[in-house]
Write a protein of this length. Structure first.
Length: 151
């Protein structure tokens, strides 16, 4: 795990992979809880019998946004920011889901620092997160996150 005093210190790591998290299992109870919280109860997420009949692999698939929502927690296994200061989530430039995550699959997060550019009032930090899917040759998710670090 990389430990930095502040998010701004990540600017020293532009162009580098920082590391990856531990593996985590995406089980059906997690998918169901996410469906309950978001109201997204489409059958391919929550109907085990229909998924067994109609989906490749026969298992429900996790919401893409569930996969994305794991980023903050898993990123905490990759980098420790001791003092956050005034830094804000500015959004995502791009989010893609190349592969579905099925109930029972294991995923882990990887992080790269792509850029640290001057922005009005501070620095715009751009990190790429990929969610590895165990046993797959491409990631389940690729997301470029922006953080505005105020001076």
């Amino acid at each position: 795990m990389l430990s930095v005093a502040s998010l701004a210190e990540l600017a020293e790591h532009v162009g580098q992979e920082i590391g990856c998290s531990d593996w985590v299992t995406i089980d059906q109870p997690l998918i169901d809880r996410f469906a309950d919280v978001t109201g997204d109860r489409n059958w391919y997420h929550v109907d085990l019998e229909r998924a067994a009949r109609e989906l490749p692999g026969g298992r429900p698939i996790a919401h893409g946004l569930l996969t994305l929502s794991l980023v903050p927690g898993l990123a905490g296994q990759i980098v420790q920011v001791r003092r956050h200061g005034r830094a804000f989530n500015y959004g995502f430039d791009r989010v893609r889901y190349p592969l579905p995550v099925a109930a029972g699959d294991r995923v882990r997060l990887r992080m790269w620092v792509l850029a640290a550019d001057p922005a009005p009032g501070g620095t715009m930090l751009k990190r790429r997160y990929t969610m590895d899917l165990e046993g797959a040759d491409k990631p389940a998710m690729v997301a470029d996150m922006l953080s505005l670090i105020l001076s």
